[in-house]
Ligand binder design. Structure first.
Ligand SMILES: Cc1cc2nc3c(=O)[nH]c(=O)nc-3n(C[C@H](O)[C@H](O)[C@H](O)COP(=O)(O)OP(=O)(O)OC[C@H]3O[C@@H](n4cnc5c(N)ncnc54)[C@H](O)[C@@H]3O)c2cc1C
Length: 671
């Protein structure tokens, strides 16, 4: 089933072919049949870690296979949710050895991300409590893997890259009650909270909520929460082993994106810090409110609006933790990048020789931040700080880390076996995040667009394609774009060659502009089919062929914007140029339909509709006073952020475009 999928942060959305196998044989079959697959649990990772062109979901592999209430050893399939395990084990006096901030994740997902909880400094990561797993590897073989084996270490925290986990055997933790003895302690600043973490380092569970908008001497203002499993003689409840209830509340719709603004977050933070329970010792609370407070409301992620949010979580070594966290909080407060969920935790020793292992001895800070335009720039800056300090970004929360930082942070990379490859992993192996493919790149409009694009987007890459590669090479050299642009041969009329051309692209484009065009005068075109066939091929057939090929190819999977150079002449037939105009009209109508069809995939389609442009194509015509320069059209392509269909170079041509569509025929005939 084709689906437009996203994970918890609502960014990014990707097109995926989704399979939900019911048994192990189907998993094996799917792995053997498809390349570029990834396993998906409950989609509670924030970014693109469990998205790929082909997704194998574990929903129906959700059976607990055995549970020994003497030893606390449970064997279950990978799609079982932690919430289901809790329902079974808590009444029998057991608990999860490591628990994240939500119980709605699968055990497969817990192992693949090798999750940590509030007890990492004492009890390590999830995989420390897993005795064995069964995995379908890249060759479609089912293998049993014991703790300590090399494949076990690669798969724990391996983000699904080594295979599809079918089963796990986990050792649970004994508890006397389902309650937690919790204490909250206020800290006025970062110094105080670091001091408190040190003081309470023997507490089993510890975590701090931080007010990340606090500035100056209040930076790091926070509330530390510590907890222990309550003993049976400490709890007054009749049933001391109660399980959690199902959430009563749900957010029914996406909130407007302005809702979580700095003023709202500042008020929330003040109230949260000031509430009496923020400084209270030895309260007895149920595990559900201690570990999973956010689970009380279904779909709380919708309050971040349709644009979504990212969770930025990093860890830095102990000796630099204070300085780095202070620096990060200062930058976030300066930019008013608030998060009402900002969490600081202490990590214990790290595993050595694990491939994508996240934790290290030091502090980890996690912040939920709504997506805004400036967010990416600020987070790139934070990545520099974290990487230079020897820290890492948590991949299960990531949707935007770049290759250079990833490689510096995770020195021991997994082998790049392509069978299990999420969109996240292909992104992290790609040199460029923004790739602009310009087809018919030797036109004046295309060259101006290329220049403007690279000047505007410093980390972007261009693929310039046309028949005149010599001219493109010269352009690249003259502008000093050698390391940022690639030249390729492309002939719009060679329809049979389009598949090979798209396959040969070395990077997946995020934008594509079809700029090839052939102007044919009416009197020439009217002489016979040979005179205008080329115009049909270049202006319409070639355009549709290459765009469709890209859209249906793996190399088209990162597309965000498809643009074609249309023309005012294509809006309505006019006797002066209807032969040329009709080729543009066909392309215009194609783009309009394509826009509707790609809406679901989140791809924006636009018709660049210039009026008369001064270019070499129009050099032989007399230039009217309302003509625009190629540079002006290029600006309308690169600088605009609107999603509207027709993009005009200026207001004058916008009005002309609208008039052409509505004027009565007798007026049009006179133009
Ligand atoms: C509110 C909230 C709080 C969180 N708190 C924490 C926390 O405190 N600590 C922490 O460490 N994480 C935390 N997380 C992150 C979450 O625990 C991880 O992202 C977890 O991996 C999600 O599991 P999932 O079943 O939803 O898997 P998905 O999100 O679907 O997948 C996550 C990763 O696991 C892989 N995977 C899933 N199933 C399998 C399988 N069967 N075989 C192989 N690979 C598989 C995927 O390929 C992907 O790489 C939190 C997330 C949320 C939403």
């Amino acid at each position: 089933m084709k689906q437009r999928l996203t994970n918890w942060g609502g960014f990014p959305y990707k097109n995926c072919e989704v399979f939900i196998p019911e048994n192990y044989e189907s998993v094996v079959h799917l792995v053997r049949q498809h390349k570029g697959t990834i396993a998906r649990g409950n989609g509670r990772c924030y970014g693109d870690a469990s998205l790929a062109p082909v997704v194998i979901q574990s929903d129906r592999l959700n059976q607990v296979l055995s549970f020994d209430s003497q030893t606390g050893i449970i064997q279950c399939q990978s799609g079982v949710l932690l919430s289901d395990i809790l329902e079974l084990i808590v009444p029998q006096g057991f608990f999860l050895p490591v628990s994240p901030g939500t119980k709605f994740i699968t055990v497969g997902g817990a192992f693949a991300s090798d999750i940590h909880g509030k007890n990492h400094h004492k009890e390590g990561v999830f995989s420390d409590h897993v005795l064995s797993i069964t995995l379908v590897n890249a060759n479609g073989e089912m293998i049993a893997v014991e703790q300590g084996e090399d494949l076990f270490c690669q798969t724990a925290g391996g983000m699904g890259a080594t295979g599809f986990i079918l089963e796990l055997t986990i050792r649970l933790k004994k508890i006397e009650t389902s309650f937690i003895k919790q204490s909250s302690i206020r800290a006025r600043n970062l110094q105080e909270i670091f001091h408190l973490f040190e003081k309470y380092q023997d507490a089993t569970y510890s975590v701090a909520w931080i007010d990340c908008l606090a500035k100056g001497s209040e930076i790091g203002k926070s509330v530390l929460l510590i907890g222990e499993h309550a003993l049976s003689n400490e709890v007054k409840e009749k049933n001391t082993l109660q399980v959690h209830h199902q959430p009563k509340w749900r957010v029914p719709f996406f909130f407007p994106s302005w809702f979580l603004n700095p003023i709202f977050i500042r008020i929330f933070n003040k109230l949260y810090y000031a509430r009496p329970s923020a400084n209270k010792k030895d309260q007895f609370v149920h595990y559900d409110s201690f570990f999973y407070p956010l689970d009380a409301v279904h779909h709380w992620n919708k309050i971040y609006g349709r644009r979504g949010f990212v969770q930025y979580q990093f860890v830095v070594p102990m000796n630099v933790s204070y300085e780095v966290i202070q620096q990060v909080l200062t930058i976030l407060a300066e930019h008013e990048m608030g998060s009402f969920l900002a969490v600081l935790k202490l990590f214990g020793d790290a595993h050595q020789h694990r491939y994508l292992h996240f934790p290290m001895k030091g502090y980890t800070l996690a912040l939920d931040i709504p997506i805004t335009k400036k967010l990416w720039r600020v987070l790139d800056q934070l990545d520099d700080i974290v990487t230079n300090a020897g820290g890492k970004i948590y991949l299960t929360k990531d949707a935007r880390l770049k290759k250079n930082h990833f490689e510096q942070q995770y020195l021991q990379l997994l082998n790049k076996e392509p069978t299990f490859q999420s969109y996240q992993m292909s992104r992290l192996q790609q040199d460029h995040q923004n790739v602009f493919l310009i087809l018919g790149a030797s036109s004046d409009i295309a060259l101006e667009t290329a220049r403007l694009y690279l000047n505007r987007y410093k980390d972007a890459h261009l693929i310039l394609a046309s028949r005149n590669t010599a001219q493109l090479e010269l352009f690249v050299k003259e502008n000093g774009f050698q390391s940022r642009a690639t030249v390729k041969y492309f002939d719009a009329r060679d329809i049979n060659g389009h598949h090979a051309f798209i396959t040969s692209l070395h990077a997946k484009p995020t934008w594509v502009l079809y700029a090839s065009g052939l102007l044919v005068e009416n009197d020439v075109a009217q002489k016979g089919i040979d005179e205008w066939k080329d115009a049909v091929n270049v202006n319409y057939l070639g355009a549709v062929s290459v765009i469709e090929t890209l859209l249906n190819h793996e190399n088209g999977s990162d597309l965000e914007r498809v643009m074609g150079i249309s023309s005012i002449a294509g809006l309505r037939g006019r006797k002066a140029n209807y032969m040329y105009g009709s080729t543009k009209a066909a392309f215009h109508a194609y783009l309009f339909g394509l826009r509707q069809s790609l809406h679901e995939r989140g791809i924006v389609v636009q018709a660049i509709t210039p009026g008369f442009v001064v270019t070499k194509m129009t050099a032989h015509l007399s230039v009217p006073g309302n003509a625009v320069l190629a540079k002006t059209v290029a600006e309308s392509i690169v600088m605009h952020s609107s999603k509207r269909f027709e993009i005009y170079p200026n207001l004058y041509w916008r009005i002309i475009g609208k008039l052409v569509k509505i004027l009565p025929e007798f007026i049009i005939a006179k133009i």
